[in-house]
Each structure stands twice: as C-alpha cells, then as structure tokens.
Write a protein that binds this ligand. Structure first.
Ligand code: GDP
Ligand code: MG
Length: 321
C-alpha cells in the first residue's frame, strides 16, 4: 500500500488518480501526509486561488461549473474543492453538486472534489488549505473553493483565497444576504447571480449603497459588482476577467505577498502545535515524569511545560530527517 510520500511525484505530474488519493490522505491526516506536503511546497504558489461563497441555493456550484468551463475553453486547468456543511444535515448537497458538475467529469483538465466537513480530521480549514496546496502542486492554473458562507471555519477557508467572490441573489428578502452574513468585508468581487430573476437591479443597488458607505480609501481595491446567470453562463467570462484584474492588482500592491505570508504563518503554527502535541503527551517518559512532579506539587504546570519545551529543541530535528 503506497503512502503519501510514495505518490508525490505522480501528484506533481498531475496524475488525477494520485491527486484524488493525496486528497484522501489529506482529509484523513494519514501518516506521512505532512512529509508529502513538505515535498510539494516548493511547487506551490502558482495557482490563482478563488474563493466563492454565499448562501445555499444562490447558485455557487452552478457558477463554479460555468467558470470551470470558461477556464477550460481558454486553455487553463482547474481544480475545484466544494466545502459544503449542509451535507451534514441533508446528505444530499454533495451528491447534487457531483451530478451537476459531472458534465465536466470527462475532462482531465478539471478536477472536482467535495470535502466532507465532518470527515476532515485536524480541522476543516487545515484540510482545505492542504487540499488547495495539493491541487496547486499538481499544476492546476485555477483552484476554486466553494463554501457556504457560515461560521468561522468557512471564513477561515475563504480567507486563504487570493480572490474572494461573494454571491448574492435577488428576492431572498429585503436585505442582501451577504450583508446579513457579515460577508461584505471579505468580498473582493460581488456577484449577483440569477440576474434573470426579478429584483436583480435592486440587489445590485443595495450592494452598491453598502459599498459606498465603506467607500475605498485611495489605493484600495474598488470592489466591483458583477451580474451573472449561472445556468446560461452569461456574465461568467466578464467575472473571470474581473478575477484576473484582481490578481494583478494584489500582485502589484503587495497584497498577494501579504496573504501568502499569512497563509505560511498559519501553516507553520499548525505544524508547530502538532509536533509539540505529538511529542509531549502521556506515555512519553519526560511528560509522565512532569505529571508526577506537578501532581505532587513539586513543580507547577507552567514551569513543567517550559522545561519540556526547552528539552524538545535538541531532538525535534529527527522528525524532519
Ligand atoms: N434562474 C436561475 N437559476 C439558477 C441560476 N444559477 C443557478 N440556478 C439554480 O439554482 C439552484 C441552486 O444552484 P446551486 O448551484 O446548487 O447553488 P449552491 O447551493 O449555491 O451551490 C439550481 O437549481 C440551479 O439550477 C441562475 O443564474 N438563474
Ligand atoms: Mg453548492
């Protein structure tokens, strides 16, 4: 049975079966997955990572399919990650997404995967960031992450994207849903999907008012509002062009570098926490000794922890050999 490090070369070569397996390893946090990610790291940072978020039913999956088709038509390879917590309750959403996206399934230039929020060991955000890294390393030009815009984990996930699109639809009540959900701050591009429906003008106007209130300071990105019809693909090429403009803008003004640094910091902290937790746990001689000392009041938890961490520095090296 091949482990994560055995299939790194195949992933880097873009082999879809290897990519699928690596993503399963990532989801399960299989042994060796951090070593595999370490090997792939230098091959990442090339993809344009798009985050697409908005309420359930707003047409995100439909838009993702239309975007994927557009990118394929213009010769670019695409990876899609659908993070859909609603599947926890209905069991149906992921299946629905799969069927809708299966029209692209015969194309090896498109790789589509759902990440089950309940199955992701080690946290959803980590599984998702690592999965993005795998698709990036596999040579996908564009990686699209679809999430329902609820909860901190989803916001964390989407913040890892270089360009975040927030999808709204007309006629879901008086207020634009994105405003209610607190998604306004994270939008680089607003999408009003289902523009074929009544009320699209009003939704655009409401968003425009909101954006005017938070009007950009000089030198800030001016968040555009795009109308789309996901089912026909209308407006999708223009939306993709907007994403490209945004990437160019963040590249020029240093924001891309800043997001990359945030991302690197998050990943390092995850691994640091894990390495420490793995080495300092019951069953490890030094740790058990510290437990004895603290229990007997010969030592206190803070001093014991500091001593244990100080003792680590000499021998953590072996983990990376
Ligand atoms: N009328 C109309 N329906 C759309 C449009 N985009 C998507 N839909 C429909 O909206 C429903 C929900 O779409 P889906 O992509 O699953 O939404 P998601 O939950 O945000 O991923 C589906 O029945 C789509 O066919 C659109 O632009 N106009
Ligand atoms: Mg969906």
């Amino acid at each position: 049975m091949k482990g994560p490090t055995d299939i790194v070369d195949a992933v880097l070569a873009g082999d879809p079966a290897a990519v699928a397996r690596m993503l399963t390893f990532v989801e399960r946090r299989a042994d060796g997955v951090d070593e595999a990610l370490a090997k792939m790291h230098q091959h990442t940072g090339r993809a344009h990572v798009l985050g697409l978020t908005g309420p359930p039913g707003s047409g995100k999956s439909t838009l993702v399919s239309a975007l994927a088709r557009h990118y394929r038509d213009t010769g670019r390879s695409v990876g899609v990650l659908a993070v859909d917590p609603s599947s926890v309750f209905t069991g149906g959403a992921i299946l629905g997404d799969r069927i809708r996206m299966s029209e692209l399934a015969g194309d090896s230039g498109v790789f589509i995967r759902s990440i089950a929020t309940r199955g992701a060991l080690g946290g959803l955000s980590r599984a998702c960031l690592d999965a993005v890294a795998v698709l990036d390393a596999a040579g996908k030009d564009i990686v699209i992450v679809e999430t329902v815009g609820v909860g901190q984990a989803e916001v964390d996930v989407i913040s890892a994207a270089q360009t975040v699109a927030v999808v709204s639809v007309p006629g879901l009540g008086d207020d634009v849903q994105a405003i209610k959900a607190g998604l306004l701050e994270i939008a680089d591009v607003h999408v009003v999907n289902k523009a074929d429906r009544e009320g699209a003008d009003r939704t655009v106007a409401e968003l425009r008012d909101m954006l005017r209130l938070s009007h950009p300071r000089p030198g800030q990105w001016d968040v555009p509002i795009r109308r789309t019809i996901g089912t026909t693909g209308q407006g999708v090429a223009e939306l993709a062009a907007q994403f490209t403009d945004h990437l160019a803008w963040i590249t020029d003004n240093g924001e891309r570098e800043r997001r990359a640094r945030d991302n690197a910091a998050t990943r390092i902290r995850w691994v640091v926490e894990q390495l420490v937790a793995d080495r300092l746990r019951p069953g490890v001689t030094e740790f058990d000794h510290a437990v004895d000392e603290v229990t007997a009041r010969h030592d206190d938890p803070l001093s014991a922890a500091k001593a244990l961490i100080a003792g680590l520095s000499s021998d953590t090296q072996e983990d990376f050999s």
